[in-house]
Design a protein around this ligand. Structure first.
Ligand code: ATP
Length: 320
């Protein structure tokens, strides 16, 4: 049982937003959807949710075309944040749940449970516009999950949250994962990917650049990162003579090296052979950030803003 995207193509006039995107998300996975601005992430999400139709290609969930999958399968935190500004928080949540035929009683109970988990139970009778942006975002996320979707799709869920709320959201991820929810989210924050995701795809200009389980993605880069620290002078000019080794960073305590197609142990052996007294030696996979930069040619930017929450009554559920 999985979400399968096969050769999705979507054009907007002269712009090819998606140019043959294919990938698969396993049920229950925490899945990171990466790409620079304009890569095509939001477009892909909208196609999965059947808010947009592709020009060609297919999207299926458990073998059923997503156009025929019941709407309650999905939860969606869109990039454009927006609640009904004048509606009280609990009323708002009950309303969104009612779109999925959840009774008022059940919706209110679930809403209160989530408001407590997100440490904002005291806001249930406040109008949305009275809440801070971060708190509105939490309410909007609750609106997306009250009907207990199988798959929760989130566009930049961590943007605009302070560290305390980031950690509450991570806890909520853990809770939803325990319940078997598939979590798909886009982010420019690679540390979130490292910490949370089991698998990722990276798209660039509408094309898939890489994808798969995180460890496979790291290993298939064919690179390893080595940190070497020695006593005394940190300058290690002999490193430059080693083939397949480049210096990424020459720090005070250690030098960080990018090693390709070569056994990292050679570096340790070379250091010892030169009589260096080694104080640190660490072999690691490259970070997702390093892989992103290498494959896309620029770092994942973070120039995202929260849309104003006082936006016109924007429904937070996928309209169909
Ligand atoms: P970001 O990280 O900035 O949110 P993204 O990866 O979500 O970017 P998309 O929003 O999917 O990217 O956009 C992909 C491309 O398609 C961009 O060039 C964008 O300008 C274009 N595009 C998206 N939606 C539309 C639309 N409705 N009309 C015209 N062009 C569009």
């Amino acid at each position: 049982m999985s979400l399968v995207l096969n050769n999705l193509v979507k054009r907007f006039g002269p712009v090819t937003a998606l140019d043959g995107i294919s990938f698969e998300v396993e049920r229950g996975q925490v899945f990171g959807f990466l790409g620079a601005n304009g890569a095509g992430k939001t477009t892909t999400m909208r196609i999965i949710l059947d808010i947009l139709r592709p020009d060609s290609g297919t999207a299926t969930w458990a073998g059923t075309p997503t156009t025929d999958v019941p709407r309650r399968t999905w939860g969606y935190l869109p990039e454009e944040r927006g609640l009904y500004p004048r509606l009280e928080v609990l009323e708002q949540l009950v309303f969104f749940a009612s779109l999925y035929a959840i009774s008022r009683k059940d919706a209110a109970a679930r809403a209160r449970d989530w408001l407590a988990r997100f440490r904002i139970p005291e806001y249930e009778k406040r109008r949305a516009e009275e809440l801070s942006k971060g708190n509105q975002q939490k309410v909007q996320l609750i609106a997306a999950i009250l009907h207990e979707p199988d798959v929760l799709i989130m566009d930049e869920p961590f943007v605009g949250l302070d560290p305390v709320n980031v950690s509450l959201l991570k806890e909520a991820f853990g809770e939803m994962r325990k319940r078997g929810t598939t979590l798909i989210f886009s982010t420019h924050q690679m540390e979130m990917v490292e910490e949370l995701c089991e698998a990722v795809v990276l798209i660039d200009r509408g094309k898939l650049v890489l994808g798969g389980p995180i460890l496979d993605v790291k290993r298939s880069s064919g690179r390893q990162v080595v940190r070497l620290g020695v006593e005394g002078d940190a300058e290690l000019p002999w490193l430059a003579d080693l083939e397949g080794v480049s210096i990424v960073r020459a720090g005070v305590d250690y030098t960080e090296l990018d090693v390709r197609g070569r056994d990292p142990q050679d570096i340790l052996a070379a250091a010892l052979a030169r009589g260096e007294r080694v104080t640190q030696f660490l072999i690691a996979d490259p970070s997702i950030e390093q892989i992103f930069i290498e494959r896309v040619g620029r770092p994942p930017s973070e120039d995202h803003h929260l849309a104003t929450a006082a936006a016109p009554a924007a429904p937070t559920v996928a309209a169909r």
